[in-house]
Design a protein around this ligand. Structure first.
Ligand code: TRH
Length: 380
């Protein structure tokens, strides 16, 4: 008889943006592909999912995508049996009938909350601790993170090898960029820009336009386009648009699939990213980056920014640390970034080496999917 696969349910409510679905879709695929698990991914908003995965049928209650059993999480829940492992992503509230099904199940499932990523030290103390109980079912905290003692980061098997091969092949990069309609400006610094609205952008575009080295800026369609339009003095920017201002070429890209977005990050010398998942992917690209952190009430996101900077800049010379930290702080304060960008450019070789070293250090720890599976094994 074939061995029964362990069944996992992942629940995702799309709060806003693409991070919630971006992380859970990535995790679900990896659990299927690398750990041979039977995974159902419950998503309340299939339209957001469709942006990342155009194959999604937004009208389907159930569909298979890359081996994942994708379920629309309906407002009116239909009775469903509980899985062996239940992951509530980002503290989403499970349907009460499903919680009853968990409590009725024998043996009880392992119930985990997959939390948001943070570099703060307290995460180490809280990772893996019991949280609330529902009847006799215990919930546990599972924290992703950058340090030993956390749940780690999502990283597919062989990712860095694929990245290295791609970065070593001028041909592969050319072909990929061409497939997105990108013909890199000769000698230009290739930069990707994925960010929330940011009034600091104008100063960055200004300094790039006046630079002695050309810059080719690639901007996937999204929230930052309004700031780009204001600076260019144009309206209705959409994928395919290309505008040149002195040394700066701005090109708008379509929003692409996650694996294509990875290759975009690998192709660029510098990546501006945001939120959670693109932030991690830019680290796996092994290139210097700029993080636009997701804003939170009472500015608590600024503590998270500082916590990450403390870890990330360890080992850099003091001037390089100040330059990159200054750039990140200005960007997240929506302040002008021109001086900080010029200072960062002065330390380019050091920052490039450092980005690769940071990537390798992070990759030396267990990836998040493996850590989840290990957590389950230890719990059994
Ligand atoms: O979209 P985000 O801003 O998501 C945010 C964060 O996750 C934040 O922590 C959370 O609280 C909030 O959502 C609700 O940024 P993030 O996390 O980088 O997610 C974007 C996803 O989109 C990521 O999986 C990469 C993917 N992506 C593509 O697949 N193609 C693209 O062209 C681009 C630009 C992104």
């Amino acid at each position: 008889m074939p061995e029964m696969k362990t069944r996992w349910d992942i629940f995702c409510t799309v709060v806003d943006n693409f991070g919630d679905i971006g992380v859970t879709w990535r995790l679900a695929r990896q659990l299927v592909a690398e750990h041979s698990l039977a995974v159902r991914l419950w998503v309340d908003d299939l339209r957001a999912f469709e942006r990342l995965c155009p194959d999604i049928d937004v009208a389907a209650a159930q569909q298979w995508q890359e081996g994942v059993d994708v379920r629309h999480w309906p407002a009116a829940w239909l009775p469903t049996d509980a899985a062996d492992v239940v992951i509530a992503a980002f503290a989403c509230q499970l349907p009460s009938a499903y919680m009853d099904a968990m409590a009725a199940r024998d043996p009880r499932p392992l119930w985990m909350n997959l939390d948001y990523l943070s570099a703060e030290d307290w995460v180490i103390g809280c990772h893996g601790l019991p949280s609330v109980k529902y009847q006799s079912v215990q919930k546990y905290f599972f924290f992703p993170g950058f340090q030993e003692g956390t749940g780690g980061l999502l990283r597919e098997g062989g990712l860095l090898e694929r990245r290295r091969q791609f970065q070593q092949s001028a041909e592969a990069q050319r072909e990929f960029l061409q497939s997105l309609g990108i013909d890199p400006v000769p000698g230009a610094l290739l930069i990707s820009l994925f960010a929330y609205e940011n009034t600091g952008l104008a100063s960055w575009l200004e300094v790039m336009a006046g630079d002695s080295r050309p810059t080719h800026l690639l901007v996937p369609e999204g929230r930052i386009l309004g700031d780009v339009e204001r600076w260019l003095g144009v309206e209705g920017l959409a994928a395919g648009a290309v505008h040149v201002r002195d040394a700066l070429t701005v090109q708008v890209l379509p929003f692409v699939r996650q694996d294509q977005y990875d290759r975009l990050l690998w192709s660029c010398e510098f990546n501006a990213v945001r939120g959670e998942d693109s932030f991690v992917r830019a680290q796996w690209a092994g290139r210097p980056l700029l993080w636009h952190i997701y804003r939170q009430d009472e500015d608590i996101h600024l503590d998270k920014l500082e916590a990450f900077l403390t870890l990330y800049t360890e080992g850099l010379s003091a001037p390089a640390r100040e330059a990159i930290s200054g750039l990140w702080r200005a960007w997240n304060g929506a302040d002008p970034v021109a001086d900080q960008w010029l200072a960062t450019r002065k330390h380019w070789p050091e920052l490039q080496k450092h980005a690769e070293a940071w990537c390798l250090e992070q990759a030396s720890r267990a990836d998040l999917a493996t850590a989840l599976v290990q957590f389950y094994r230890n719990w059994l």
